[in-house]
Ligand binder design. Structure first.
Ligand SMILES: [Cu+2]
Length: 171
């Protein structure tokens, strides 16, 4: 009986360990989301289309307080994302663009906002729900031509948001 109990206790320890591992990601700030298509600035870094620093390895991590209007979410080590002269590839699009978000952590979502030159051009509710692994939005740009779209994922479970800039030339 004593041995049996000891085996049962050690089994419980073995079973508990994987639960702890599973519980960790939701509490850490290592994985979140970004726009993969048209290729955002951080997606171009990750694809090595453009040579970048730390962002190369974690394009999903451009996280900052809500309400910012820059491409790097005020994260100093990602500041090159806000450099308009870094040679970002510009995607040719129509006036209506399908933006594809990729989430590595599916935070409950307040909404998604899109800006051009500080002007909000679209806002799409997240219904305070957890999104699927990818989400597509069709956004119509008010003007044609070369422009930088700032896409913001406002999550519902913290005060933060995630930022992605996409360079497009809309015809
Ligand atoms: Cu996250």
């Amino acid at each position: 009986m004593k041995i049996g109990r000891r085996v049962a206790a050690s089994m419980a320890g073995v079973l508990a360990a994987p639960l702890l591992v599973v519980a960790l990601p939701s509490g850490t700030a290592s994985a979140h989301g970004y726009i993969s298509s048209p290729p955002s600035r951080q997606a171009q870094c990750a694809a090595k289309t453009v040579s970048c620093g730390d962002i190369t390895w974690e394009p999903q991590s451009v996280e900052g307080p809500k309400g910012l209007q820059n491409c790097h979410g005020d994260v100093g080590r990602f500041s090159e994302l806000s450099n308009d002269n870094k040679g970002w590839k510009v995607s040719g699009t129509g006036r209506t663009v399908t933006f594809n978000w990729v989430f590595t952590a599916r935070h409950k979502t307040s909404n998604y906002d899109y800006y051009v030159n500080g002007r909000k051009i679209a806002s799409i509710t997240g219904n305070n729900q957890q999104p699927p692994a990818t989400v597509q939005h069709q956004v119509t740009l008010p003007n044609s031509g070369r422009q930088k779209v700032l896409a913001v994922w406002n999550i519902a479970d913290t005060t933060n948001a995630f930022y992605s800039c996409i360079d497009v030339n809309a015809s």
